[in-house]
Design a protein around this ligand. Structure first.
Ligand code: FES
Length: 152
């Protein structure tokens, strides 16, 4: 039995086999695997006596679930009002061009997930960029290049 399969069986064993368990199971699978794999959808459907498209339908309704493995790093540009006014949008455009990935997607080498956030709660330091759990303040396009290069 593979590691993924073992994790899935562990998760499925923690919840009653009924449709009402679907969301908590999806949340737990994502916490264990980092995403909802095709195999997970198949096994969840079997365990809860649902079709795979029912499981996909529910999971894809919620933005919190992803269907591809997470990249090695998550880079997030704040586009809240303060950061937007002070150049957040330009930073996002720059990153999309440099990384060759659209907002909400991953780079093809699996290095970065690129996303936006509404406010990181440190508006006085705007514009702000977050990489994994590191916060970078007063980011300029020049500074951004150095930040990105710091993550393999
Ligand atoms: S708007 Fe960016 S930290 Fe608040």
């Amino acid at each position: 039995m593979g590691a993924e399969n073992q994790s899935l069986q562990t998760v499925l064993g923690q919840f009653p086999a009924e449709a009402g368990s679907l969301i908590p199971i999806l949340q737990s699978v994502q916490a264990h695997l980092g995403y909802i794999s095709a195999q997970a959808v198949c096994e969840i459907a079997q365990a809860l006596r649902l079709t795979e498209s029912q499981v996909y339908g529910v999971a894809s309704f919620y933005a919190q679930f992803r269907f591809t493995p997470p990249a090695r790093h998550g880079i997030c540009v704040c586009l809240g009002t303060a950061c937007h006014v002070r150049g957040g949008e330009r930073l996002m455009e720059n990153l999309q061009r440099e990384l060759g990935a659209a907002m909400g997607t991953s780079t093809s080498d699996g290095r970065f997930d690129l996303d936006r956030v509404a406010c990181l709660g440190c508006c006085a330091l705007s514009p702000v960029v977050k990489v994994d759990s590191d916060i970078y303040s007063s980011v300029t396009t020049m500074k951004l290049k150095g930040i990105v290069n710091g993550y393999e």
